[in-house]
Design a protein around this ligand. Structure first.
Ligand code: AMP
Ligand code: MG
Length: 411
């Protein structure tokens, strides 16, 4: 039996981190910049007006006041996007809009509110301006060649805006892996459809789809396959073409119809026992798609809690490794147990709990149903209490490590 840490290390090692590719900005939210990126332009790119008003030579308006307006003949008008071909000389002005390039000669802008707002002829200015006033200087925000995002930086709305402003349509990053979710089990019926005798609704599929998307992947769900090897292999091989990662559930234990194990054991997937609870039977390996592309496959156990914990402990870190997101695992917090907890000897337990708390500290209340079929208690929980392999009993009040399941795992 291998430990959970050993299995995770083997998985992370095997999936690796793919080479970065240019990802269009609108596809890059939440991705990690794989290289430093520098600005291609000065920001602002040219001296421009911060206001709707009039471009002037500041000295022309010395002494201007509400009762003593200074008239300035207009040389022209410049709107955003235009390139003024005239020069503003002392004693003249040009009507100018916010963001428009400052005409040569002008060194300040008087806001329209301080004038009579003339569109043509002569503008009457009722206030002085200082040189440089309401002018946004070329490069005052950022000089061309400056760093705009650093290697390893997670991309959000503001950094994506800066990339766009500085001349980039794409950013070097590792794209989101596409996860295909495949539940197995002849008893499974899609959510919402009528149940016959012995049948249950497939809940793992949507759970793993959501977990994969929450981890930064894209994902889709295939209709659950019956417990026959032929069905499984046909569905799997069709899924390989779209998948960067395949996550299946069910059929990995010792039962007579555990077809995932039977079908894939000699097909590139290793089935191992991991010293953990829940989630002891784990399958992991690769299957080759067209063109020789090797697609990692996680064959998770079918019990909903086992599938969820297995995803959390192995698949999520692997998806983060594929995305270049570090750290791969969620941060570990310390909490005090509110009730005693038993744990099997020699296995790391991931007990479901509700963690509450504030700056004074976290409290972890284990949910009632710790069996791996307790879907309602899984939904109620917001944390996993990690009980080490050597611990079999924890008293109320004992400090424990917890993983907060709704917490972002990275920088
Ligand atoms: P298995 O690992 O296939 O033996 O399944 C273990 C248990 O999990 C059985 O009770 C299954 O009915 C249940 N199970 C398997 N797959 C799913 C699923 N996709 N949704 C809900 N329960 C499932
Ligand atoms: Mg099954």
């Amino acid at each position: 039996m291998r430990t959970a840490a050993e299995h995770l290390a083997a998985v992370l090692d095997a999936v690796g981190t793919p080479a970065p590719v240019p990802v269009p900005l609108t596809g890059a939210l939440g991705l990690v910049a794989a290289e430093d990126v520098r600005s291609r332009v000065d920001l602002p790119r040219f001296d421009n007006s911060a206001m709707d008003g009039y471009a002037v030579v500041a000295a022309s308006l010395e002494g201007a006041a509400p009762g003593r307006p200074v008239p300035l003949p207009l040389m022209g008008e410049v709107a955003a996007g235009q390139d003024p071909e005239f020069v503003v000389r002392p004693g003249t002005a040009a009507r100018i809009m916010t963001g428009a390039r400052l005409p040569d000669g002008a060194d300040a802008v008087i806001p329209v509110e301080e004038t009579d707002g003339a569109a043509v002829g002569t503008v009457s200015c009722a206030a002085p301006v200082a040189s440089g006033q309401f002018v946004r200087r070329r490069g005052e925000d950022l000089a061309a060649g400056s760093l705009v995002v650093s290697r390893g930086q997670r991309l959000g709305p503001r950094s994506l805006a800066l990339l766009a402003a500085s001349g980039h349509a794409a950013v070097p990053a590792r794209p989101r892996p596409h996860v295909v979710v495949l539940s197995t089990g002849s008893e499974l019926v899609p959510p919402g459809e009528p149940l016959g005798p012995g049948q249950i609704h497939d809940s793992n599929s949507v759970m793993l789809w959501a977990a994969a998307v929450s981890a930064g992947a894209t994902a889709d769900v295939r209709p659950a396959v019956a417990d026959t090897e032929a069905d499984l292999l046909a569905t799997l091989d069709a899924a390989l073409e779209q998948a960067d990662v395949i996550v299946s559930t069910g059929g990995v234990s010792m039962g007579a119809y555990d077809v995932v194990k039977a079908a894939l054991r000699d097909g590139g997937v290793d089935f191992v026992s991991v010293a953990m609870q829940p989630g002891k039977p784990q399958g992991f390996g690769f299957r080759t798609a067209a063109g020789g592309r090797r697609v990692p496959i996680f064959a998770l156990p079918g019990n909903p809690v086992s599938a969820y914990v297995s995803f959390e402990v192995f698949v999520r870190p692997a998806l983060r490794r594929l995305l270049g997101l570090t750290p791969e695992c969620r941060p570990v917090h310390s909490a005090a147990l509110t009730a005693p907890l038993r744990s099997p000897e020699g296995r790391r337990q991931y007990a479901r709990a509700v963690v509450t708390g504030d700056a004074a500290g976290l409290l972890a209340e284990p949910v009632q149903g710790q069996g791996s079929h307790f879907v309602a208690d899984l939904a109620r929980a917001n944390a996993l209490v990690v009980v080490p392999e050597g611990t079999t009993h924890l008293a109320a009040g004992a400090p424990v490590d917890v993983l907060l399941l709704d917490e972002e795992g990275g920088p």
